[in-house]
Design a protein around this ligand. Structure first.
Ligand SMILES: Cc1ncc(COP(=O)(O)O)c(C=O)c1O
Length: 362
């Protein structure tokens, strides 16, 4: 059992193998030793993300992936469709607006997924859309949007597909190339079982080609620089060596477990969590047909009090679960089952939530 029962949807617990890898003393980032590690890491990331495209491991949190996706492929004023199924979809759209893109939002009721038909209809309203901003796993509500069905629809339209897979990649199987993602971004502190600090970004060929005529200014996040230096095993600036080593060790653990087995472990945790909550008469928030395998959300009985419940679970059981975000901040509880966990860690967290919810309701 993990010593620490951190059951928020990221950051997630870090296994000892990853902690140990990060303890390696510093060495030159312009050495063959680094280039070998970097090439090795990239090849593992391509295997895990099922892509033959470039993968860049950029210092920063997941959010810089949004910015990288936008500035490398688009120009000011470009019309884009932002699919919003929760707070992270809102934030992705907000970043696009700050950059001066012409953002149309397809807003879906929180707790529901965006279907391929809804995306198709929204795309038909404007043939000029240059890109679709899409959140694969909406961490704020506990929904997984059907990327595998939406990808071909976006491809048919001709727009680029910019995918936020921050809280799904590394945990559940993702077919980056087969599903048609042109850029796919994720963050080290979620399914990857690493500390925060890295954005992992797949830059597909179509995205890099779009970059040749895209006019947003870009410097540190410029895919062209990352592509050029990667061909030599290098990075444009000093790589965060400890985090790279940690991610490399985490990729070994992911590949040892096997992508499918890892997906099943997450599916099983999600299923058990949903069943336990339902048996305790707690109402699931996310549509079960699209419920996430990396976190589960429930409505607060009585509609509010999520923050008190989180506090009570922390104080009585020393387990950390999460309340909601934005409008849902006091209305839902989210339990993470993402990355490194045993089923019993999750069961303890769920039991604690149920027990505290019962006490608070009395
Ligand atoms: C779906 C999603 N997108 C983006 C982010 C932002 O990532 P970060 O906080 O690492 O910048 C998060 C963080 O929780 C997320 O869950």
């Amino acid at each position: 059992m993990n010593e620490q029962n951190l059951r928020i949807p990221g950051p997630t617990p870090v296994p000892p193998e990853v902690m140990k890898a990060m303890q390696r003393p510093m060495y030159s980032h312009r050495s063959e030793a680094f280039r070998t590690l970097h090439r090795d890491l990239n090849s593992k990331l391509q295997t895990i993300l099922r892509t033959s495209q470039d993968v860049y491991v950029m210092p920063g949190s997941g959010s810089i992936g949004w910015e990288a996706a936008i500035v490398n492929t688009l120009s000011p004023g470009d019309p884009v469709l932002s699919v919003v199924t929760g707070d992270f979809g809102v934030r992705f759209a907000n970043v696009a607006e700050r950059f001066g893109l012409d953002v149309s939002r397809l807003e879906i009721e929180p707790g529901q997924a965006a279907t391929a038909d809804q995306v198709r209809a929204a795309l038909e309203s404007n043939p000029a859309f240059k890109a679709v901003l899409f959140t694969h796993n909406e961490t704020s509500t506990g929904i997984t949007n059907p990327l595998e069905e939406v990808g071909p629809v976006v491809r048919d339209h001709g727009a680029l597909l910019l995918v936020d897979a921050v809280s799904s990649a590394g945990a559940v199987p993702i077919e980056t190339d087969a599903w048609g993602a042109d850029v796919l971004l994720t963050g080290s502190q979620k399914g990857w079982m690493c500390p925060p600090g890295l954005a992992i970004v797949v830059a597909g060929e179509r995205a890099r080609a779009a970059g040749e005529s895209a006019t947003f200014p870009r410097a540190f996040l410029d895919f062209a620089d990352w592509h050029m230096t990667a061909s030599n095993g290098d990075t444009p600036s000093t790589a965060p060596l400890s985090l790279y080593a940690g991610l490399n060790a985490a990729c070994d653990l992911i590949l040892e477990e096997g992508l499918q087995a890892r997906g099943y472990r997450h599916d099983e945790a999600a299923e058990r969590t949903r069943t336990a909550f339902e048996q305790a008469d707690l109402e699931l928030f996310a549509d079960p047909a699209y419920a996430s395998s990396t976190l589960t959300s429930i409505r607060m009985p009585g509609g509010q009090g999520a923050k008190d419940l989180v506090k009570s679970v922390r104080e009585r059981y020393h387990i950390e679960v999460a309340a909601g975000q934005a409008d849902l901040s006091d209305k839902i509880i989210r339990v993470g089952h993402m990355g490194w966990f045993e089923q019993e860690d999750i069961a303890r967290a769920v039991d604690a939530v149920v027990a505290c919810a019962t006490v608070l309701a009395e």
